[in-house]
Design a binder for this molecule. Structure first.
Ligand code: 13P
Length: 339
């Protein structure tokens, strides 16, 4: 695939008023989420749940693409169409999470490195044949007394860059996701410094590995105080700090930035994105690639009665997608939540 083709997929992912739905929870993570809403986690309950999400009427109005887990990319809807066909019919690009999760970084207690590069070239070929157009790889950066170490940042950004180069070789747009976790009692300035250092390292590594920025999407965490920090920040403070950080570290050649929600409430994730877009203009479209902030309300509704609540759960999905689509344009208002 040419760079122009990669770029056009990347631009479609951040088309005005649209963002990406992240439903790529590993079997371990979805088991945890289902347990919280008292649903038994089986291959078929996972399929039924993701079918509810992917068959939401009008999904493609505000969702440009959805990131799937390996199992989901191979599953089908009740009507016999593969999920990939369902998505294509809805105008939603199929994406796939290709990392194999995190493992302890040897020599650095408490720090993580993401694995999955071995054999990735062959796995990507198969994903192309199954209909994927873009990929995701998530690195996790933990803030603590003496972390992150530069070894942790560099190991993770090196892997992200290697992954991105392999994706582009295979004709897939890489979403590169260096997530700085919200866990901890650090303040917003510490999060700013760690996020900036991580993004600078990431772009250095991508430059080294000949990654074409024009065919890459960054999935960033917002600059926030730690969950347990006594001093929380206003919507404007978060938006201002996140924008300042991105401007200092992200080249303008990048076609777009999408955010993860990372444990923020649904309303906060939407309000923060909206505030950033109201403070614009920015060098890149700023949109969303939320997992929990797009799913949690609908998941609760569905889980209360999976046989009967599909339509109601889908209305909730469509509503959150719409509100986040408005936030991607800077046109959201908290009053819209009521509707
Ligand atoms: P959250 O929005 O729930 O953080 O998930 C996004 C994601 O894809 C994390 O990798």
């Amino acid at each position: 695939m040419s760079i122009e083709q990669l770029e056009s997929v990347a631009l479609a992912m951040v088309a005005p008023g649209k963002g990406v739905l992240a439903i790529d929870e590993s079997s371990k993570t979805i088991t945890k989420r289902f347990k919280a809403v008292k649903i038994e986690c089986t291959e078929d309950s996972r399929r039924a749940y993701r079918q509810m999400l992917l068959t939401t009427p009008g999904l493609g109005d505000h969702i440009s693409g959805a990131i799937l887990y390996d199992e989901t990319l191979r599953q089908s809807a009740d009507d016999g169409r593969s999920f990939v066909e369902v998505m294509r019919a809805a105008g939603v690009l199929p994406g796939i999470k290709v990392d194999m999760g995190t493992t302890a970084l040897a020599g650095f207690p408490g720090e993580l490195v993401t694995q999955g590069l071995d054999g990735l070239r062959d796995r990507l070929k198969e994903y192309v044949s199954l209909g994927a157009t873009f990929c995701k790889w998530r690195a996790v950066i933990t803030i603590n007394e003496d972390s992150p170490s530069s070894a942790c940042i560099e190991s993770n950004t090196h892997a992200l860059a290697r992954y991105a180069a392999l994706c582009q070789e295979a004709g897939l747009v890489p979403i590169v996701e260096p997530e700085v976790l919200m866990d901890g009692d650090h303040d917003i300035d510490v999060c700013y410094d760690v996020t900036e250092a991580t993004l600078r390292s990431l772009f250095g590594a991508m430059y080294e590995q000949n990654v074409m920025l024009e065919g890459t999407i960054v999935k960033a965490s917002m600059v926030l105080p730690g969950k347990n920090c006594a001093e929380q920040a206003s919507v404007e403070e978060v938006a201002e700090a996140t924008l300042r950080c991105l401007r200092s570290a992200v080249p303008a050649a990048l076609p777009g930035i999408v955010f993860l929600s990372g444990g923020q409430s649904d309303e906060n994730a939407t309000a923060h994105l909206n505030a950033m877009n109201q403070m614009g203009p920015s060098a890149w479209p700023l949109s969303f690639s939320y997992g929990r902030a797009l799913q949690q309300a609908a998941q609760k509704k569905w889980a209360a009665n999976p046989a009967a609540n599909v339509a109601e759960a889908q209305q909730i999905v469509a509503m959150r997608a719409k509100l986040n689509g408005m936030a991607a344009l800077g046109e959201y208002e908290p009053g819209m939540e009521a509707g």
